[in-house]
Ligand binder design. Structure first.
Ligand code: SF4
Length: 258
């Protein structure tokens, strides 16, 4: 597997295409991957390749790691735009996720009050009241929706449970105007079946659902690094501009990363 696992609880800061100087947090195992999706494009590899290690850091280990790193960056006059929860899988699966975010907000206030706290989530747990409250407490709840069609989500993102876009739409109601919608555009082929969420039908349905779910902001992007499925193709920035165009005209704030 040539994809990369984050082998620390805290990594970076790295210069992110979308988030600026981003201090990353990995609440998942350091030598394994745990996710409720199994995306063809996941930079951490397929779930099956990352099953060697199941141990998530404890809340105390996380607090120690983040506090030391923030102090170190502060002492060297470093800059952080965002503290970003992503890592080797789905961060909301950590059993202490709500407490961990509460502690992060406290440390941010004390040491880097201008930094944002962002969580990248696949949206599989946004309906759980405690998770919802937690995601609504951070600056950027960045929630993935790669297609308005169940069949395409099942093909590209491969949720490990019975997935429904309609259900996700319902679960997003409380987030209206408060979350960042994140969509990966790509095409290619996997196991002999064509993959493409950029067809006119896909794009029209995606724009429609984006209007209905009312994100505060939209981030669209394409493949950047090596992916576990080998025959996936990047979409050009020009094409993503065209996809985003009509929504931009409606006033949506959209960032595009190619
Ligand atoms: S949701 Fe994110 S972490 Fe999970 S498989 Fe997809 S890209 Fe990887």
């Amino acid at each position: 597997m040539s994809t990369i696992l984050f082998d620390q609880i805290i990594f970076g800061p790295i210069s992110s295409r979308r988030l600026g100087s981003s201090l990353g947090v990995n609440l998942l195992p350091r030598h394994g991957k745990i996710c409720s999706f199994d995306c063809l494009y996941c930079e951490c590899g397929f779930n099956a390749d990352g099953r060697g290690d199941n141990r998530m850091p404890t809340k105390e280990e996380f607090i120690d790691a983040l506090f030391s790193k923030l102090k170190e960056i502060k002492a060297s006059n470093g800059r952080i735009d965002t503290i970003t929860f992503s890592g080797n899988g789905e961060p909301t699966l950590h059993p202490a996720f709500p407490e961990i975010i509460a502690e992060t907000l406290k440390m941010r206030r004390a040491l880097f009050p201008l930094a944002k706290v962002s969580v990248l989530t696949n949206g599989s747990r946004i309906h759980i009241p405690e998770i919802r409250e937690t995601l609504l407490s951070v600056d950027n709840a960045i929630i993935k929706l790669d297609s308005a069609f169940d069949s395409t989500v099942n093909q590209i993102d491969r949720p490990q449970y019975r997935y429904s876009v309609e259900e996700t739409k319902k679960n997003l109601e409380p987030y209206k105007g408060k979350f960042v919608l994140q969509t990966m555009f790509l095409r290619g082929e996997y196991e002999g079946i064509a993959i493409d969420n950029t067809t006119p039908e896909e794009v029209a349905a995606w724009r429609k659902i984006a209007i209905e779910i009312e994100p505060r902001e939209i981030m669209i992007y394409t493949i950047d690094r090596e992916t576990p499925a080998k025959n996936l193709i990047k979409v050009s920035v020009e094409e993503m501009e065209q996809i985003a165009g009509p929504l931009k005209e409606l006033g949506f704030k959209i960032t595009i990363s190619g």
